[in-house]
Design a protein around this ligand. Sequence first.
Ligand SMILES: Cc1cc2nc3c(=O)[nH]c(=O)nc-3n(C[C@H](O)[C@H](O)[C@H](O)COP(=O)(O)O)c2cc1C
Length: 158
Amino acid sequence: MNIIIIYASMHHGNTKKIAEAIHSQLGGRLINFTEAKNEDIVNAELIGFGSGIYMAKFHTALLGFIKSLPFMENKKCFIFSTAGIRKNIFLNKGNKLAKKILENKGFEVVGEFDCLAYDTYGPLKLIGGINKGRPNEKDLEDARKFAKSIILDRVKRK
Ligand SMILES: Cc1cc2nc3c(=O)[nH]c(=O)nc-3n(C[C@H](O)[C@H](O)[C@H](O)COP(=O)(O)O)c2cc1C
């Protein structure tokens, strides 16, 4: 299966760690979104899109990349993110906007993963940040389990 995992990880490399854990189970290509090309998506059978949550959403340029793609038919994808604050608290809508944009592009979102991660953005720096040490080993194990469930339950059996 042609799999590609694309991530945006600008703050502490948190999302990259989750992307690597998922990649360890699924294989395929793991790339930074700055290197992603339309052809990569068009040719892939399963695409992972991951990002840190910045100002309550996926990285703007990654969302822009998705919006620039041609309409996809029957293209399966999964999404994952890391954030300082739990989703649905304050303005953090987690994966929600990315999911909507992907579905509008014709993607079928077959799975979602998110976890809390180290955050020193803005005033949080003054207190040494929050969620120190995360993603931790349990988060990475959860990400690996998520990856296995994607490939076993939601893609191959369809
Ligand atoms: C510019 C900026 C904006 C952020 N905005 C949010 C936010 O709106 N909600 C949130 O929960 N975390 C926010 N964070 C924290 C990040 O989502 C968190 O640290 C995430 O794990 C970063 O992933 P990365 O290390 O892969 O970049 C923000 C961080 C930065 C640098």
